[in-house]
Design a protein around this ligand. Structure first.
Ligand code: 5AD
Ligand code: SF4
Length: 440
């Protein structure tokens, strides 16, 4: 029998990366072969992101471009999965000739059957039904060789931040069974992935019977082969003191927290339906920094939300200046159809594109400077690096991450990959630390 090869390209967040691994696991189990070479693929799957219009445009452009392969390879199958498929898969199937199937976020189990059907009947299909209970808990993901693994602990979101499409395309929040999560972490650890990131849209509201998120973290940190634990994404409204205490007391939990701020203006936070004030956010950071002095902080910030005045923007700018995040993902508001803030009434308050761009550039410039300074503050420190690979820029260097999630390169031999190495930081550029291996 001919071996049928599939290729997956993933856009968007870590949830999508984890979903692609799960989909790969499912297809491999059904007899398909994963290929890293798109030229070799019989099936090309795009796992898409729709959180901003730009992300959606990119995947649609790419599908159209790859469609030209069908001129020389008429049996090629091209499919779209993920959040764009869930949002408008039916419409895209009609519009884009080369597209063979679209499958929404809750129907990945159908993939092997859908592909089989396409191979046999050359038909185009769409499966977009929602299922607020599906959590794919029994499907073991296929992970590429490495040292870091994502483990999904929950799916969906109930928060309905007014700008966000996620609750519509990923459905209601559901937590996975904690025993299944712990088992998956243990298996991953035994296979050499000793740095685990627990994933969910809002991990702080994880709940499985009487197991809440801090309890789950504590249990995960007792799993022997694991050396480091991380988690994303936290929501400030649900982040508890108990979590901060567990982070401080459990050695394996890394000194890093990603905590989206979104805006520094209470008026905008309220319009965003975020459920916290700037003051509440400040109190979390203070408690965190008092309890874990070396904690690295990263965030997501958005500019140009409808109704954002220059004063609101300055509030955000000043908070960023005050907090000095290690890194910040900065975004320009992008209206998403169907969300509360894209509704025509709110639309009247849209901030001009030019002003959005100007504010974004100001924030980026501020954060670049802070990140640069923060990284330079690391010079002279001894850190632990979990070595991942040979550096792309210099084959004599190895590359890995510190506990606080900073990429670090240092000269070293390939046999150190997969090891935890003490490194002294001797230099720092924008997002990379440079170090020297220590012998003790
Ligand atoms: N426009 C711009 N940014 C958005 N995000 C989510 N929705 C939108 C939108 N409509 C950002 C938020 C979120 C991150 C993942 O993406 O900052 O935290
Ligand atoms: Fe979107 Fe808010 Fe849910 Fe995050 S918490 S996925 S921003 S709705």
């Amino acid at each position: 029998m001919k071996q049928i090869k599939f290729f997956i390209h993933t856009y968007g967040c870590q949830m999508n990366v984890a979903d692609s691994e799960m989909v790969a696991g499912l297809l491999i189990k059904s007899g398909y072969i994963l290929t890293k070479d798109i030229d070799n693929a019989d099936i090309i799957i795009f796992n898409s992101c729709t959180v901003r219009q730009h992300a959606e445009d990119r995947v649609i452009g790419r599908i159209t471009q790859e469609g030209s392969r069908k001129k020389t390879k008429p049996d090629l199958i091209i499919g779209l999965i993920g959040c764009v498929a869930q949002r408008c898969g039916e419409e895209l199937l009609q519009k884009i000739d080369c597209l063979d199937f679209t499958i929404g976020t809750a129907q990945y189990r159908l993939l092997p059957k859908v592909i089989e059907n396409c191979l046999k009947n050359n038909c185009s299909t769409s499966f977009l039904q929602t299922n607020h209970n599906e959590n794919y808990s029994d499907i073991f993901p296929y992970r590429k060789k490495g040292v870091n693994a994502f483990v999904t602990i929950m799916r969906g979101c109930n928060n309905f931040c007014s700008y966000c499409i996620v609750p519509y395309v990923r459905g209601r929040e559901r937590s996975r069974n904690h025993l299944e999560i712990l088992k998956e972490i243990e298996i991953a650890g035994n296979r050499g992935y000793k740095d685990i990131t627990l994933l969910g849209q809002n991990v702080n509201s994880y709940k499985d019977d009487n197991i809440d998120f801090p309890t789950l973290l504590k249990m995960a940190s007792r799993i022997d082969p694991i050396r480091r634990l991380r988690f994303v994404t936290s929501h400030p409204k649900d982040l508890s003191e108990k979590l901060i205490d567990v982070m401080a007391s459990e050695e394996k939990i890394c000194e890093h927290l990603h905590l989206p701020l979104q805006s520094g203006s209470d008026k905008i936070l309220e319009k965003m339906n975020r459920g916290y004030t700037a003051e509440k956010y400040i109190s979390i950071i203070e408690k965190l920094r008092n309890t874990i002095p070396d904690v690295a902080l990263t965030t997501d910030v958005m500019v140009g939300f409808p109704g954002e005045t220059e004063k609101d923007f300055i509030d955000t700018y000043n908070l960023m200046k005050k907090f000095r995040f290690d890194y910040a993902f900065t975004f320009k508001y992008s209206p998403r159809d169907g969300t509360a803030s894209a509704n025509p009434r709110v639309n009247r308050e849209q901030v001009d594109e030019e002003i959005r761009l100007e504010r974004l550039q100001k924030l980026i410039a501020l954060q670049e400077k802070i990140t640069y300074e923060k990284y330079r503050e690391q010079i002279g420190k001894n850190v632990e690096v979990y070595v991942e690979k040979i550096s792309k820029k210099n084959k004599n260097d190895l590359s890995g991450k510190t506990r606080d999630n900073k990429i670090t390169v240092f000269p070293g031999e390939k046999n150190l990959i997969g090891k935890f190495i003490k490194v002294k930081i001797i230099d720092a550029t924008g997002w990379t630390l440079k170090g020297k291996k220590q012998n003790i």
